[in-house]
Design a protein around this ligand. Structure first.
Ligand code: NAD
Length: 331
């Protein structure tokens, strides 16, 4: 099958070429992001392969359908960037990579918690300048602290196990409690009870219309003063303006982000010689108690290998049966 692979980075190309083995599929590697303007690049392709910040809204899907595309293979678990209703109406099947390495994301989340707590990012810069003072680097023992995990699917359950390993009490909210999390000693409760009881709140639920701005001013007001909030899931789970107010008032004592509401304008690109037009991002970045990474939680060898293998499997399954191995469809 001829496939237009959008948002290609060198690592995507290397791992997809390897997974494609003898060349079952003809992969056309394209650097631009997918949107309505770039969709014509998929001319004469039956499928597109897209990443998290590609735009698979109705307009893009219409343009793809007009060029004969009938399959979208997502190189991601999340599919909030796809208009599934439009895809179904246009006869474009969609598949994703549901389970590539929950460890990759959960471990990165734990790394954010540890770095924020012990101020490793600040200590690194100080020592490089021969400043060995400890003032301002005071952390706290994780042991005995309470961690609230919002969403205990594959990643949340893995993160819950890691934090239980540090000796934390782990609370969780999820409409579908996980056996794995219960086995790790996780206690389920409502979000409204989890927030005031947690020293650390970590988000692991998908972005849906129901979870958009799940963490807003009202819910921040329920949190413990000085709480650590970590979001490695999707940026729009938090209302960024409310989070900035929470940081200014001290209600939020530490913030760790691997995702950001407006990240599609910034992340995955080297903008180091450009002026960033996003004042909200720069405000966030200016707080000493905020640590931001650019959507890299998934970025391990194991995860990229699994993403490439499942993407090729989805393409092959679609070529033979008309559906991917892991189809995404409307409920
Ligand atoms: P999953 O589907 O296994 O788990 C999601 C869980 O969230 C489910 O148990 C679901 O019941 C729960 N949930 C849904 N709505 C909820 C709500 N309102 N409150 C609490 N829980 C709710 O997904 P996963 O593989 O664990 O991934 C979770 C999310 O992580 C993905 O949706 C994606 O957005 C994000 N992610 C980020 C990266 C990264 O690199 N930063 C990589 C992969 C995934």
């Amino acid at each position: 099958m001829r496939v237009a692979v959008f948002s290609t980075k060198p690592y995507d190309e290397a791992f997809l070429r390897k997974a494609n083995g003898d060349g079952d599929h003809e992969l056309l590697f394209l650097e631009p992001r997918l949107n309505a303007g770039t969709a014509p690049l998929a001319e004469s392709c039956e499928a597109v392969c897209a990443f998290v910040n590609d735009d698979l809204g109705a307009e893009t899907l219409q343009a793809l359908a007009a060029h004969g595309v009938s399959f979208a293979a997502l190189r991601s678990a999340g599919f909030n960037h796809v208009d599934l209703r439009a895809a179904a109406a246009l006869g474009i099947a969609v598949a994703r990579v549901p389970d590539y390495s929950p460890h990759a994301v959960a471990e990165h989340c734990a790394a954010l918690v540890l770095a924020l707590n012990r101020k490793t990012h600040r200590a690194y810069n100080r020592v490089r300048e021969h400043n060995f003072a400890l003032t301002g680097l005071l952390g706290f023992d994780l042991h005995g602290r309470t961690v609230g995990v919002v969403g205990t699917g594959k990643i949340g359950a893995c993160f819950a196990r890691i934090m239980a390993g540090f000796g934390c009490r782990v609370l969780a909210s999820d409409p579908f409690p996980s056996e794995a999390a219960l086995a790790a000693g996780v206690e389920y409760t409502d979000l409204e009870d989890l927030l005031p009881a947690s020293d650390i709140v970590s988000l692991h639920c998908p972005l849906t219309p129901e979870t958009h701005h799940l963490i807003d001013a009202e819910r921040i007001a329920l949190m413990r003063p000085g709480v650590m909030l970590v979001n490695t899931s999707r940026g729009a789970l938090v209302d960024t303006a409310a989070v900035i107010d929470g940081l200014k008032s001290g209600r939020i004592g530490h913030l760790g982000l691997d995702v950001y509401e407006e990240e599609d304008e910034l992340f995955f690109e080297d903008l180091s010689d450009q002026v960033i037009g996003d004042d909200v991002f720069d405000r966030l970045n200016a707080f000493p108690n905020v640590l931001i990474t650019g959507h890299q939680a998934f970025f391990t060898v194991e995860a990229i290998e699994a993403i490439a293998a499942t993407t090729i499997a989805n393409l092959t399954a679609f070529a033979w049966t008309g559906a991917g191995v892991y189809p995404v469809a409307l409920d």
